[in-house]
Ligand binder design. Structure first.
Ligand code: TEU
Length: 525
């Protein structure tokens, strides 16, 4: 049986504002992505996920959408989108879009109608409630980004509307069948254009018990979006899955299920009839520590395997500091540039060899750190600008941005952009970029790494060791998260096919030791 493409794919997340700019306004665009497809094909990724490119007032940089079926002029046009999709497919690269089902922009015509009158046709498309008799919000939920209530009172109709995120992002009422139908139409619009699937933003939040019960007091300070876990969502997901499966070509959905509990997260795969994939965010909030990671590997298998659910792995995205930044001087040491580089390389080995679908975030393959964003350039209400810095493409001062209009990019470049840029790293075979490319090539050539079983091996405490097996194809991965050398003995002689800290040469014999902060991919000799 052949497995669906999204099980063996490596997905590359593009944050379009910061990827590549062709019109010189300092903000990336669809044509910029299209012009760089050759680079992504050279790197060897299988699929792209685009963060939102729809029409948006940009209060949350595109996650506040005023038209789900239009491209924001900042990014280009629908024609540009079709052109990008066609060119990606011609290179055998899949394209998935961000679908934001939980909320719209407050400028969306649906919400403009909804807020206009209590008896407006779309009043019930959003979640409106009376304030409590004492004037307090309808419940105790806390919004993301600022520790404020998830409710904004609208004097025009003397009711409050629900927003788990910004007041500019009112929550849709999926309890209304018209909303469900309209959001299915959005999926169809893009599926008909040929997209291969969706990353569904905070999809665990869409089903809501109409009584909107208070969060328990012991967690009441946390954003409600990381607590919401409502049985109604599963019915909605099954119907979404039916829609996706009605299209040919294995269209898929990966859900952003932001629950920091793997067993609860796992329920969003259903019995193979809900999400195809779900992000697992626990590792994103963990230090680079072998014991903790062995636990993540084991717990992920325990939670997902009984359901036949396929894991995902992610280290960085547009919402959190980059892992290279997180791993510098964390947990308890001062920042050390040499160890940070070594850890970022070892982490790449883990991300691309653990059992599951890996998601890379643009720029991690360049080893980028977060940008230092001075206070007068902070733009994100959630404080996430650092990881959203523009990708440096070339050595020159503008690093490939700004031409022909010479507008400065919307955010400052990351540190060391003179050397950490695509041109310099492509020319240097010892760069982290070449390590990612090598790992992607080895993975592509190995059924064991793409789809095989995973077995944790005994190893010294600071070492993660596991074996991936598919029939005769066997790969062993050994990752040292400490600054000391460790012996790791394996059954029989092995050869090194990837070494995190060296240029790839002809395979050499495995000596039985793994160096400080080093990671190795091995095959039986
Ligand atoms: O993020 C949802 C989310 O819950 C977190 O990533 C968020 O940073 C956290 O709740 C802060 O408390 C998704 C998108 O990835 C993010 O960019 C959007 O801002 C958000 O949804 C709203 O659409």
């Amino acid at each position: 049986m052949t497995e669906p493409w999204w099980k063996s794919a490596v997905v590359y997340q593009i944050y379009p504002r910061s990827f590549a700019d062709t019109d010189g306004d300092g903000v990336g665009d669809l044509e910029g992505i299209r012009h760089r497809l050759d680079h992504l094909a050279w790197l060897g990724v299988d699929a792209l996920w685009l963060s939102p490119v729809y029409r948006s007032p940009m209060a949350d940089f595109g996650y506040d959408i005023s038209d789900f079926c239009a491209i924001d002029p900042l990014f280009g046009s629908l024609d540009d989108f079709d052109h990008l999709l066609a060119d990606a497919h011609a290179l055998d690269i899949k394209l998935i879009l961000d679908w934001v089902p939980n909320h719209t922009s407050d400028q969306h015509p649906w919400f403009v109608d909804s807020r206009s009158a209590r008896d407006a046709p779309k009043r019930d498309w959003y979640v409106w409630r009376d304030r409590l008799p004492d004037g307090k919000p309808p419940n105790n939920w806390v919004a993301s980004f600022a520790p404020e209530p998830t409710w904004t009172h609208d004097p025009a109709t003397d009711q409050s509307y629900l927003h788990l995120f910004l007041p500019e992002q009112p929550d849709l009422n999926w309890g209304n069948p018209e909303v469900e139908a309209a959001m299915h139409d959005v999926l169809r619009f893009w599926l008909d254009r040929g997209v291969d699937g969706f990353r569904a933003d905070v999809v665990h939040c869409i089903g809501k018990d109409p009584s909107l019960p208070d969060d328990p007091p012991e967690v009441a300070g946390l954003p409600h979006s990381v607590l919401h876990d409502e049985p109604l969502t599963h019915d909605l997901l099954r119907r979404i899955r039916t829609l996706l499966d009605s299209y040919p070509g294995e269209r898929m959905m990966v859900g952003e299920v932001y629950l920091l509990d793997i067993d609860r997260m796992a329920t969003y795969y259903g019995d193979g009839d809900e999400l195809n994939l779900s992000f697992n965010f626990l590792p994103v909030h963990s230090p680079w520590d072998a014991g903790i990671w062995r636990d993540h590997l084991a717990r992920t298998e325990q939670a997902l395997a009984p359901r036949g659910a396929w894991p995902t792995w992610v280290l960085s995205n547009h919402d959190v500091p980059r892992h290279r930044t997180r791993y510098s001087g964390w947990p308890n040491e001062p920042a050390d540039a040499v160890r940070t580089e070594a850890r970022a390389r070892a982490a790449a080995v883990l991300l691309l060899t653990a059992r599951g679908t890996p998601f890379l975030y643009q720029g991690e393959e360049l080893g980028l750190l977060d940008a230092d964003v001075p206070p007068d350039r902070v733009v994100d209400p959630g404080g996430r600008d650092g990881c959203r810095a523009p990708i440096p493409w070339s050595v020159d001062e503008r690093h490939g941005w700004g031409a022909p209009r010479d507008v400065e990019p919307w955010l400052p470049f990351p540190p060391e952009a003179d050397t950490r840029n695509v041109a310099t790293e492509r020319a240097d075979r010892s760069s982290i970029l070449h390590l990612y490319r090598r790992l992607l090539a080895v993975r592509r050539g190995s059924e064991a790494l793409r789809l095989g079983d995973e077995e944790l091996l005994d190893a010294p405490a600071p070492v993660i060791a596991f074996r991936r097996t598919a029939g005769d194809d066997v790969c062993t991965v050994v990752i040292n998260t400490s600054g000391e050398t460790h012996e790791v003995s394996l059954d029989g002689p092995h050869r090194v096919v990837v070494r995190s800290d060296a240029v790839h040469a002809e395979p050499v014999a495995y000596s039985g030791v793994v160096g400080p902060d080093q990671a190795l991919v091995l095959r039986p000799a």
